[in-house]
Design a binder for this molecule. Structure first.
Ligand SMILES: Cc1cc2nc3c(=O)[nH]c(=O)nc-3n(C[C@H](O)[C@H](O)[C@H](O)COP(=O)(O)OP(=O)(O)OC[C@H]3O[C@@H](n4cnc5c(N)ncnc54)[C@H](O)[C@@H]3O)c2cc1C
Length: 374
């Protein structure tokens, strides 16, 4: 049976970032992608925000990889001419009792090592964002947006130019560990089913990552993925340009996301979202009537938004480890040798800030691969 050194399942931002990083050191890399092109799932259905790492608990993987990842993404964008804008972000308090929450967020962010945040009062907010209503806000100057499609294209070209390969329309359908290696079966829409063996299998399958772990025999309750959908609405051109920065409410402690926020894109057009709704089946449709709820949720800080200004845009699904009201769960990035699956590296629950963290996560995975293969 043919043997490959490193196989990656999934050509989303994570699989590509890991493939790109590893291809600098290992020539024999193979990415399997069931779709006809890269990045057709979470990696193209998101806010495209380069996060600063404000919300996550100290020492969590989310905090550490987001902080390192932010710098790496900006550097990558500069080196590869990828469109990006360091717009800055406001997290706003619209009621007196939310000011304490802002201070709590600020302290958390500082514990995480973020040293460029400032607390703005009403006057200072009015000066930089006259259309926004808020009593106080955290200003994060280094939060930004980037062109995630061009980012993934650059990763994919870099990987291929180092000898790596991406097999599209190729789905991993079975895997088992045998004698220190992993035997894999894939289904390809031209050649049908075929098999090969690999020394390392990196599971970056997003919404399918729990399923891939199960295929190989690792069935754990704490790896269970829940789908949490987020819809976006686009603001009419007439009202889009009234905001220059990203504007977020204070996240609810019970919420599964950061709260419906306003994100200008690289063309200046404004989107609202994502909301958060746990679902059972993958479904990207958007209910138009939600425009009413979206408008009323942002009106405390964007008072000019009416439901008629909003048109359904895109939606994305978060692969969450935490269920409704279950609190914080970190990214799961794990070499499964000790679980009895040598060569298997799982990445499960890579929700936001997964894009921002992608290049940092790729470095962590390279360390795990080095330990396994050297
Ligand atoms: C609504 C929303 C908003 C977000 N906003 C942000 C943001 O602003 N900033 C940020 O940093 N992060 C954000 N994120 C998170 C970020 O988008 C994800 O963390 C990141 O895109 C995950 O990349 P991935 O490669 O792990 O997953 P994906 O992009 O989902 O890729 C997984 C790939 O695996 C493939 N696959 C699955 N099963 C198989 C199989 N059996 N065989 C072959 N291929 C398979 C799939 O086809 C897919 O292409 C957001 C996410 C969502 C959903």
């Amino acid at each position: 049976m043919e043997e490959i050194k490193i196989t990656i399942v999934g050509a989303g931002a994570l699989g590509l970032a890991i493939g790109y990083e590893l291809s600098k050191y290992y020539p024999d890399i193979f990415i399997l992608e069931k779709n006809p092109a890269f990045g057709q799932e979470a990696s193209s259905r998101n806010s495209e925000v380069i996060h600063a790492g404000i919300y996550y608990p100290q020492d969590s993987l989310k905090a550490k990889t987001c902080l390192e990842g932010k710098h790496l993404i900006y550097e990558f964008c500069r080196n590869f001419n990828i469109a990006h804008k360091k717009l800055g972000k406001l997290i706003v308090a619209t009621k007196q009792d939310e000011i304490e929450d802002l201070e709590g967020l600020l302290q958390n962010a500082r514990k995480n090592g973020i040293d460029d945040l400032t607390l703005l009062d009403k006057k200072e907010i009015q000066r930089i964002e006259p259309q926004i209503t808020a009593l106080a806000a955290i200003h994060s100057p280094s939060t930004g947006i980037f062109d995630t499609h061009s980012f993934m294209k650059a990763l994919s070209s870099g990987l291929v130019s180092c000898g790596g390969q991406i097999a599209y329309n190729t789905e991993l359908i079975a895997a088992k560990t045998t004698g220190g290696k992993i035997d894999i079966t894939v289904r390809d829409n031209k050649e049908g089913e075929f098999g090969f063996s690999t020394q390392t299998l990196i599971n970056c399958a997003g919404l399918n990552s729990e399923r891939i772990a199960k295929l190989i025999g690792l069935n754990r309750q704490d790896y269970k993925i829940k789908y949490c959908k987020g819809d976006y609405f686009r603001v009419s051109a007439a009202k889009s340009r009234r905001v220059n920065r990203l504007v977020y409410p204070i996240p609810k402690t019970t919420g599964a996301g950061l709260g419906i926020h306003a994100t200008p894109d690289l063309t200046g057009s404004l989107r609202l979202g994502p909301d958060d709704q746990y679902i059972k089946e993958i479904d990207y449709n958007i209910d138009n009537s939600k425009s009413v709820a979206f408008a009323s949720s942002v009106r405390p800080f964007l008072p000019f938004i009416e439901p008629e200004d909003l048109n359904p845009d895109t939606s994305g699904i978060r692969p969450k480890l935490a269920g409704p009201n279950e609190g914080f769960r970190d990214f799961l990035i794990k070499d499964e040798t000790e679980s009895g699956f040598p060569g298997l590296i799982n990445l499960i629950g890579i929700e936001s800030p997964g894009l921002t963290s992608s290049l940092s996560i790729a470095r962590q995975v390279r360390n795990l691969v080095d330990k396994h293969l050297m």
